[in-house]
Design a protein around this ligand. Sequence first.
Ligand code: ATP
Ligand code: MG
Length: 210
Amino acid sequence: MTPLRIGIMGGSFDPIHLGHLVAASEVAHRFDLDEVIFSPTGEAYHKPADDRAPAEARYLMTVVATAADPRFRVTRVDIDRSGPTYTVDTLRDLRAEAERERSGRQIEWFFITGADALAEILQWRDAAEIFEHTHLIGVTRPGHELADPGLPHAQVSLLEVPALSISSTDVRARVRSGAPIRYLVPSGVAHLIAKHRLYGARSEYEPHGV
Ligand code: ATP
Ligand code: MG
């Protein structure tokens, strides 16, 4: 049996937006992945700042945003682990889960990251262990230069994806100021933001603009 090819995309997804989804979809297509697992980070502090959404809300938005794509799923491993999220723990937990649930099936792991996150990767905790088990895929992101960070022994691929100049930071700022987020996030995500008044959304906030 050929090995399963599984991609992982970590992020705070605060909120998830079309830039994340396009990147994951393009990598899945080009690298012939069977699955992409989105892993929202755990709660950084006991109570997130007012302009941030709690872990459960970020998880729910990620589930809603990925529901229609049969290749996408969302894991709770980082949300259910206490303390700050380190990618090395995400990978360990997902490998352990796969060993339990897909006994015997070989898996090739891919970790998907935007150009900005890739540039910081050498500073990640236990970076060497991450690359030992995972093929790294860096994708283009407007405003950031995509380059191989020069990791010894690491398998790194660089991929150009359709450019979407969207960030969660900008989406949060738009919600706070009452600006539309239509076409930047999936409509289900926009509805959740309005319904739960995330990111300082006022009761009359119309995420699709008027
Ligand atoms: P924030 O502004 O809060 O940092 P963000 O938009 O950068 O949010 P993250 O959750 O920090 O989103 O990013 C998760 C992963 O998705 C990172 O690897 C990041 O580089 C990548 N990513 C985010 N937005 C894009 C985009 N528009 N195009 C390509 N990759 C992206
Ligand atoms: Mg970011």
